[in-house]
Design a protein around this ligand. Structure first.
Ligand SMILES: Nc1ncnc2c1ncn2[C@@H]1O[C@H](COP(=O)(O)OP(=O)(O)OP(=O)(O)O)[C@@H](O)[C@H]1O
Ligand SMILES: [Mg+2]
Length: 276
């Protein structure tokens, strides 16, 4: 990581803080979305490269979910765009969409299906529709799904119904499903918000491992600054819909924390060790 944390005063030139060796997995450019005259996000630009794990921080209402909904194509921005592997998300066809995997706060598993069948859903973008409808997957797809479950430590639970798994296990199945998609990019809006600290740390460790091992770009919003500092390579700070901080997580210091969340005398939820 060659960049230095910088406070963004004006527009961020995409990827300005990042080493440029890797392929650009995600480009977000001058993104804006307004609801009823209120700008939820404004002029948001950044790049994510392969193997990079980016945490998005910011107070409630800063625009994180709006940004994530635009990044996944759920919401059409008023201005700007999103490119995955240099393809415009607005025009991604079904088979290209599999390059984008989404992990949700509430896991979004099919509760009555087994862990394995949920992971196989990650292969739906690769099989003809009729096969998917009949859940008629190839042996290779099944082996891949089992491998993905193994990677998240849940091979023994392959046959267990999703709704009987713990929250931490369900999120691991969701990550295995994302892995089975063999994506270029994983985006996750608050993936650990429903988990206890240990399970949350386990999930973030898995995501970091996937970025490292598979060269996947990962963008993940969090409310826990200490998690972002421990697991992410880079922190993007959103405030009032704009990027105000973008840089290596190791350089996210007390001043950055206060800039992002404001200064509080007694009720500060977290503090940051001064960097030396
Ligand atoms: N569909 C919508 N209609 C109207 N306003 C919306 C809509 N979605 C978001 N907003 C507004 O946009 C702003 C940003 O909301 P957003 O959900 O993106 O924030 P957030 O950073 O994800 O917050 P949190 O940390 O609480 O999840 C808020 O003021 C919110 O009320
Ligand atoms: Mg949100």
């Amino acid at each position: 990581m060659t960049g230095h944390l910088h406070v963004v005063e004006k527009n961020l030139s995409p990827g300005a803080t990042q080493a440029q060796q890797g392929a650009c997995r995600l480009r977000v450019e001058t993104l804006a979305k307004t609801f009823a005259g209120h700008a939820a996000i404004e002029d948001v630009s950044f790049d994510v490269h392969d193997g990079e794990f980016v945490a998005v921080l910011g107070p409630s209402g800063a625009g994180k979910t709006t940004l994530f909904r635009c990044m996944t194509g759920l919401l059409a921005p008023d201005n700007g765009g999103v490119w995955i592997d240099r393809e415009d998300i607005a025009t991604l066809r079904d088979r290209s969409r599999r390059r984008l995997a989404v992990v949700f706060q509430q896991f979004n598993l099919v509760s009555r299906l087994s862990a394995l069948d949920n992971v196989l859903a990650g292969r739906l973008g690769y099989v003809p529709a009729w096969r998917g409808a009949l859940r008629c997957f190839t042996r290779a797809d099944r082996l891949l799904a089992l491998e993905c479950l193994d990677r998240v430590g849940l091979l023994a639970q392959a046959g267990q119904r999703a709704d009987t798994l713990s929250g931490g296990q369900q999120q691991r199945v969701a990550i295995a499903r994302a892995l089975a998609q063999q994506p270029s990019l994983i985006v996750a809006d608050e993936p650990v918000a429903s988990l206890d600290p240990n399970a949350g740390a386990g999930v973030l460790e898995l995501l970091r491992g996937i970025a490292r091992t598979d060269g996947v770009g990962i963008v993940c919003s969090l409310h826990q600054v200490h998690f972002a500092r421990a697991y992410a390579d880079r922190i993007i700070g959103l405030s009032h819909g704009r990027i105000v901080i973008d840089g290596p997580s190791s350089e996210f210091d007390q001043a950055a924390l206060e800039r992002l969340y404001g200064h509080r005398d007694s009720a500060e939820p977290e503090s940051v060790e001064p960097t030396t």
